[in-house]
Ligand binder design. Sequence first.
Ligand SMILES: O=C1C[C@@](O)(C(=O)O)C[C@@H](O)[C@@H]1O
Ligand SMILES: [Mg+2]
Length: 420
Amino acid sequence: MKQIKVGNLELSDGHPKVCVPIVGENHDEVIEQAKKVVEMNPDIIEWRCDFFDSVYIDEVENMLIDLREVIKDIPLIFTFRTDGEGGKKFISNNSYYDLNVQVAKTGLAELIDVEAYSKDSIALDMIEEIHKAGAKVIGSNHHFNETPSREKIVETLMTMEELGADICKMAVMPSCEEDVKELVYGSIEANEKMIAPIVTMSMGELGAVTRVCGKTTGSVITFAAGVNTSAPGQMTIKQVRNILGINCDDIKDKNIFMIGFMGTGKTTISNALGYITGMPVVDIDKYIEEQENMSISDIFEKNGEEYFRKLETKALEEMQINAGKIVSCGGGVVLKDENIEIMKEGGRTVLLTAEPKTIYDRICENKDRPLLNNHMTVEYIEKMIADREKRYQKAAQVSIATDGKSRVEICGEILERISF
Ligand SMILES: O=C1C[C@@](O)(C(=O)O)C[C@@H](O)[C@@H]1O
Ligand SMILES: [Mg+2]
């Protein structure tokens, strides 16, 4: 990855930088927000000019002069997000071009955000003019309604680089966990193929983990909320820095076994932890399904629970080869002492818990839960948890209640408590 310097800030040094947006609608609001944002001590500030009440270059320039006085030497991104990409205002192509080039010429913004991702656009010329004026370009592309395929993500980022963007950014909206994965793996692939640094994020609460996994994906900037958010899923600068500040290197020597009753979030949290730490993730149920070439439901039906439990123990043992994985376990893994021993000896065990009602809400839609299909009530879940409670406690080295917490919060708690 190419080293890029903006102002005094070295990007792409392995530590994602935190950028906070200013979204004031008039001069006073912009200044007021800028003062508060400076106190948050961000690495970079973005001024979202599409929120501002004027697009005339004189007024924009005057705003920039006053803004610069407040933010001093903190690097600034100038962004006019067009309505077609989730921004606040329509702007003609010509005005968009002029505005970005004129702002670059003022020398008041180190970085100009340019929606540049297709070769026949005016982008090529605009980027050249901005460079001539001495500013750097963030190529950017936003999908507020969908997540394009991994291939498309890689292709788009690479096109930006070809157009001459210094940093290539893409924000997408997930509708399921697979979408988040597409963004994460698309980013990793793009980062391997490109020289220009990338900035990527999957928006909304579902994608929030992608705002703190830059060490894995290579994303060099993460956007955190300022006085207001500028996109869904942004966390506070404190939340983002807390997670980014955790040194994950010390926990990569052993497996992390994620245990807990079904519906406590083992799969989701395991994936999220994998994105943050870069550790590979294995879902024991899926692993067994692949080995047996049969679904868990079918294994239960054809061979019974006892047979399945044996497969589970064997799978746990196999996890010890090349340890350093996050292993998401089936809900019943704690039923055998042998399993508990394998997990505790060879790794760290993390128990996720949730109130029966929370679990009910999370899994009531799901039909592939063999033990619950005919007993889908809160009371039944409560009883099952009570039956297994002692087993879980016996296996758990760390126990985390997940009710009412975001995925990122849960991951943060785990990472803080797991270094033992
Ligand atoms: O492009 C981006 C990223 C963003 O959309 C986000 O999701 O954090 C926020 C915008 O302000 C910024 O211009
Ligand atoms: Mg699961």
